[in-house]
Ligand binder design. Structure first.
Ligand SMILES: Nc1ncnc2c1ncn2[C@@H]1O[C@H](COP(=O)(O)OP(=O)(O)O)[C@@H](O)[C@H]1O
Ligand SMILES: [Mg+2]
Length: 389
């Protein structure tokens, strides 16, 4: 379901943005517009939709318009033109009063440089939004204390921001945003100022928090690895426009432009692609009732030396090899008699990175199964290897 829908959003900075809108629509370059009119295009005719509960990452180099865009989403920037529809209402039309309500209840922002109140303690920062809402001291302390522990800040209640490391400060920033229980979390490069190690820790923390809270998150980053790690879908921005919106694996496998191709060149695909992306439907399957003769025929027809055996619900029973099956015909054995089980299985969400050790050491395909042991697909060694290039 759509939570946020942005339609043809443009934000131009300068004295008379609407006055230069036509030039921008006609395709004048950013540099030329600046030179001729002194106006800067921040965001240029951008449209996208974010679904409820989704983490939507917006990735782009510095100056590509990411902050301008995300600041439009809570109207810290007033769009020059375009619609921003949240829960079916165009927030660009909001009165001051409606906007206040919107910011109080529906949306919260986490900033790159934390933006904490230096004169307030950790708990005081987290309580801030609740105070604005007029929630009683006792109640807000209770809520803030809960949130505080969910972001790993127990024991730090009474410290001031300047007594905290960057990572800890951003935990406070996140806790403050979450305290209001907003539907939508806007995060503008929240981890960019942190050391790599702390940054990874925070990314994992956010994934964990999100798996519980299921907010709608719009997450800005200039780091494609971070975008791919966190984003269910990723929008790639360049010069104020969105070049591509797709899932990380779609961007990896079919980049929309040379620019994006260049970007993803250095990505470690094995950390993005999952079993379900490289598995395929087995060319042949048999059920135990089919018997060895049918199994041999299937293997010969398909040029394979082993075959997965499933029941009528496609539940995996085991695997038979060509040698055993030919022997079974002579010995009058059934397929059930010669099933083997020393192949690898995996879930559909397993990253290729974690399949590589198995793929290298097995002579049989890897079976991709769901939690009921149903066979979803198979992965052969060569698909794992070819996903690496
Ligand atoms: N308040 C402003 N006044 C004028 N130009 C601005 C303003 N804010 C941003 N810009 C310009 O808009 C463009 C996009 O900037 P920004 O959204 O900050 O990019 P990003 O967050 O991707 O680094 C840049 O060219 C920037 O100089
Ligand atoms: Mg920015």
């Amino acid at each position: 379901m759509s939570k946020v829908k942005v339609e043809n959003l443009t934000k131009i900075f300068g004295r008379n943005p609407k006055g230069v809108l036509k030039k921008v629509k006609d395709g004048i370059s950013k540099d030329k517009l600046l030179a001729e009119t002194g106006h800067t295009v921040g965001v240029n005719n951008v449209s996208f939709e974010v679904y409820e509960g989704e983490t939507f990452a917006i990735m782009g180099l510095s100056g590509s318009g990411k902050s301008t865009l995300i600041r439009c989403l809570n109207l810290l920037n007033k769009p020059t033109t375009g619609k921003i529809i949240v829960d079916g209402k165009n927030i660009v039309d909001y009165s001051n009063k409606e906007l206040k309500q919107f910011r109080k209840n529906k949306v919260a922002m986490v900033f790159q440089h934390f933006g904490l109140f230096t004169h307030r303690t950790v708990i005081g920062n987290i309580e801030y939004g609740l105070e604005i809402k007029g929630i009683s001291k006792k109640e807000r302390n209770k809520i803030a204390t809960e949130i505080l522990s969910s972001v790993g800040l127990e024991g730090w209640e009474d410290k001031y921001p300047n007594e905290l490391s960057g990572g800890m400060q951003q935990r406070v920033g996140l806790a403050r945003a979450l305290a209001n229980d907003p539907d939508i979390l806007l995060m503008d490069e929240p981890f960019s100022a942190l050391d790599p190690l702390i940054r990874r820790e925070m990314q994992l923390e956010l994934i964990e928090i999100q798996s519980k809270l299921k907010k709608t998150i719009i997450f800005i980053t200039h780091d494609i690895n971070e975008a791919f790690k966190l984003g269910d879908r990723v929008a790639v921005m360049k010069d104020g426009i969105i070049e591509q919106i797709a899932t990380p694996e779609e961007i990896l496998t079919s980049p929309a432009s040379d620019y994006i191709r260049e970007f993803v060149k250095d990505i470690d695909k094995t950390r993005v692609l999952q079993a379900k992306h490289i598995m395929f439907k087995p060319s042949a399957l048999v059920t135990p009732r089919d018997g060895p003769k049918v199994a041999v025929k299937e293997m010969q027809k398909n040029g394979i030396s082993s075959l997965f055996v499933v029941n009528h619900e496609r539940i995996l029973q085991g695997l038979v090899t060509i040698d055993d099956t030919i022997n079974a015909i002579k010995e009058n054995q059934s397929l059930t008699d010669i099933l083997i089980h020393d192949y690898h299985t995996t879930g559909p969400e397993t990253y290729i990175k974690d399949l590589i050790p198995n793929a290298g050491s097995t002579k049989y395909p890897i079976a991709v199964i769901n939690e009921n042991n149903k066979l979803l697909g198979i992965i052969v060694r060569v698909s794992v290897l070819s996903s690496l290039v």
